[in-house]
Write a protein that binds this ligand. Structure first.
Ligand code: ADP
Ligand code: MG
Length: 498
């Protein structure tokens, strides 16, 4: 071999070595980056951990806060609002009634026809539309004019067959925000939640605002009740099954109500002369306890929200927020490694990932996780390897599992408060649980998150059995109430007329 050839060979060896070195360095670096994201995932899992012992602490805290909220005004983060609903629909109601429901994302209008027996419930013309986003921070006049206009169009579409022709139409207004009631048909807005911000409406009578707008349009409709969406769901639940005493909504936001003995409402003694019971709107979205598993993502989400330090429970388990928690985790992973490729500005945008996309990714059963690919692409993340897509699914799982399990703890907390959880001391030789759990208890549940996200539902139901135990949970029935908030409110109007 000549000198030149030797030099070439040597150079080739050196080049090959350096290529190999670069490749090894890259592999080491990529392994280190993978390890970084795995660490982030591990930290998330630990932060969101909800062993049954912890859930039981949340159960206890919920029951304690319920007591405190009933004992005195401002005694708890749980407002425990009186609804003035003493009686729920029995199934014997008759007539035609209307409901208008302003939720967090949608508004709905429908009509029910009742024939005097439970089996005769005809729900007609259910309309569901997204609330135009500009209304959320407009004025009360603009908002209520819009609602009145929508009702007018609904009524115009009624055929001659409508049994309400010529008579004043009785309307239920389902309003999914905290209201301080002075009667079943009047109450003032306490504060907005779920991204609504029309500050001049706080303190105004919501039913009156709607009635004025209806009158202005010349609509012959009477706002007969003002109800929280949870109360609507409870009413529908009770109509079908009188063992229904609790209702919970998991939609854009989350809330619960239940039937309480009036003598337990210490803060309102004197005001309430009727004996018996009343539905209490807990406004449980604002529940807080140091036992709740809180992560840095929750802290940041809260700090950047329009209602920081409020609605802490809702921010861990409702449709408005789950997507954003997942987004924040993916964003951090993408910032601390390059496994998601070049940084995407969309990923940094608050609420860019919706909870329905989280469920679509979580429940993606294609072998290549095509839905995950599609949704990440919409977020500006171009094709990533399968193992990264699997990691994203895992993040969705961790966040939704925590949400479902906390939801179960909340429900068990209510059951504990009303003595339906099988706990309690021993009374006269017979355990209280034996006596109490003879009672079947139905929990009516509704809302888009619960209805459409089966993994959330499964985690919730699984945790409820874990918390209550096999035996007690046989007596607790969770029933889905599709459109319960609206239908049930119309039934409530009917029950007042009959
Ligand atoms: P509102 O809260 O306006 O009363 P819904 O009860 O229908 O309306 O809840 C709508 C919310 O439910 C959506 O904003 C979303 O957060 C959640 N949601 C709807 N569909 C799904 C889905 N497929 N997966 C997960 N969450 C969903
Ligand atoms: Mg709803």
């Amino acid at each position: 071999m000549g000198k030149v050839a030797v030099a070439f060979a040597a150079a080739a060896v050196v080049a090959a070595c350096s290529v190999a070195a670069v490749m090894v360095r890259r592999r080491v670096k990529s392994r280190r980056k993978w390890r970084t994201v795995v660490e982030i995932l591990k930290e998330l899992e630990e932060g969101c951990d909800t062993p049954v012992g912890r859930l039981r602490q949340v159960v206890d805290a919920m029951a304690v806060e319920m007591h405190a909220g009933l004992a005195s005004e401002g005694g708890s983060k749980l407002k425990m609002l009186l609804t003035f609903v003493h009686e729920l629909p029995k199934g014997t109601e008759k007539g035609t009634y209307y409901a208008l429901h302003l939720g967090g994302t949608y508004f709905r209008i429908l009509r029910v026809l009742l024939g005097g027996e439970r089996s005769y419930l005809d729900v007609q013309d259910v309309e569901r539309h997204p609330i135009p986003s500009h209304l959320m921070n407009s004025t009360s006049e603009v908002l209520f004019n819009f609602l009145a206009f929508s009702l007018e169009r609904f009524i115009e579409k009624e055929g001659d067959g409508s049994s309400s022709q010529g008579v004043k139409r009785e309307l239920a207004f389902t309003f999914s925000f905290p209201v301080k009631h002075s009667s079943i048909s009047s109450g003032v807005l306490i504060k907005w939640t779920k991204g609504f911000e029309i500050s001049e409406m706080v303190g105004k009578d919501i039913a009156e605002c709607l009635q004025v707008a209806l009158n202005r349009r010349g609509l012959d409709m009477h706002v007969a009740v003002l109800v929280n969406d949870t109360v609507g769901a409870l009413s529908l639940g009770y109509y079908h099954d009188p063992d229904t005493v609790v209702a919970v909504v998991f939609g854009t936001g989350s809330n619960a109500c239940y039937l309480e003995r009036t003598d337990a409402m210490i803060k309102s003694q004197g005001l309430l002369t009727t004996s018996g019971s009343m539905v209490v709107n807990m406004e449980w979205g604002n529940f807080w306890s140091s036992h709740l598993p809180r992560t840095s993502y929750d802290i940041d989400l809260d700090a950047e929200s329009s209602n920081s330090n409020e609605m802490g429970f809702e921010k861990m388990l409702s449709g408005m927020y789950l997507g954003d928690i997942v987004r924040r985790v993916i964003l951090r992973m993408s910032q601390e490694s390059d496994i998601f490729g070049p940084s995407s500005s969309l990923l940094s945008e608050p609420y860019a990932l919706r909870t329905n996309s989280v469920s679509a990714m979580h429940e993606d059963d294609t072998p290549e996780l095509q839905e995950v690919t599609r949704i990440l692409k919409d977020l500006g993340v171009s094709e990533v390897p399968l193992k990264v897509r699997k990691l994203v699914v895992k993040v969705c799982d961790v966040v939704t599992r925590r949400a479902g399990r906390l939801a179960a703890a909340g429900i068990a907390g209510i059951l504990k408060k009303i003595g339906r959880d099988g706990s309690g001391g021993i009374t006269s030789g017979r355990s209280r649980s034996e006596i109490q759990m003879q009672k079947r208890t139905v929990v009516a549940v509704e809302g888009g998150l619960y209805m459409n996200y089966s993994m959330f539902r499964e985690y919730m139901e699984e945790a409820l059995v874990e918390i209550l135990g096999e035996e007690v949970s046989q007596y607790v029935v969770v029933k889905a109430m599709e459109d319960g908030s609206s239908i049930g409110s119309a039934l409530l109007v009917a029950s007042l007329q009959s």
